[in-house]
Design a protein around this ligand. Structure first.
Ligand code: URA
Length: 240
């Protein structure tokens, strides 16, 4: 989602300042209604008309980025931090499919297709996301059972998740494991671990459904192939 005046300016028809004037004058129509509020957020799915002309239709674009640490998944950051979107060389209004934390690395999908974004992130579609979790502390058998059964905390209840232990380091009191979840609640992995009394040291998303970033350096991205987009949509529909 981006501010209306920014979207108009990006389309190249006028400057952002002129766009603000047009909005205040009631000359900008969003989904059939005049919009006079500066800063209204719009997505690629909203139809924007100015002086009877619809803003140019954008080709749908789909990317996967190997998200580095130290960037945010929002389009505009109030602290002016680097955004994940800025890694992608495109003129289109793309945004992140769901969110990874500032310090989380790995598979991040980006697109300008609002419907696709909704399908990938809506809990009813249950797409699997696998994380490599580097934990301070060592999960007990009891913890693993709870995660597999569906962890319940005072504030949240999580669906059953898959756990595969990779490495246990008793001398440093650490472990690494793979966790596959089918939801996308806020800070889900960190909150699940916190509820069990642990702190996540590092978090990497290894895959989103069948999409991974094997062989890609942090900050590298590629376009998704049409068959990959099709497969993601099919998987989402099957999980419904
Ligand atoms: N869970 C988290 O806690 N953080 C992320 O970035 C992704 C999943």
């Amino acid at each position: 989602m981006e501010r209306l005046q920014k979207v108009i300016a990006k389309s190249g028809i006028c400057s952002r300042r002129k766009a603000e004037e047009l909005i205040l004058q009631g000359k900008v129509i969003v989904n059939g209604e005049p919009c006079t509020t500066l800063g209204t957020k719009v997505s690629g799915n909203d139809v924007i008309e100015i002086n009877g002309k619809t803003l140019a239709y954008e080709e749908k674009e789909y990317y996967v980025l190997n998200k580095p640490r130290g960037c945010v998944c929002t389009s505009d950051d109030d602290k002016d931090r680097k955004t994940a979107v800025s890694y992608i060389d495109t003129e289109s209004r793309i945004y992140c499919v769901g969110r990874l934390d500032y310090d989380t690395t790995g598979v991040l999908l980006l697109t300008n297709d609002g419907e696709f974004c909704n399908m990938m992130t809506h809990p009813k579609y249950h797409l699997p996301k696998t994380y490599r979790v580097n934990l301070q502390g060592i999960l007990t058998d009891e913890d693993i059972k709870k995660i597999r059964k569906g962890l319940k905390t005072k504030y949240e209840s999580y669906q059953p998740a898959r756990v595969k232990m990779i490495e246990v380091d008793p001398t440093r009191d650490r472990c690494q494991f793979e966790l596959t979840i089918r939801e996308g609640k806020n800070h889900q992995v960190k909150n699940m671990m916190k509820a069990l009394g642990y702190e996540v040291r590092r978090l990497n998303r290894n895959s989103f459904a069948d999409i991974n970033v094997d062989g890609m350096k942090p900050g590298e991205y590629r376009k998704l192939k049409p068959f990959e987009v099709k497969q993601l949509k099919l998987m989402a529909q099957k999980g419904e």
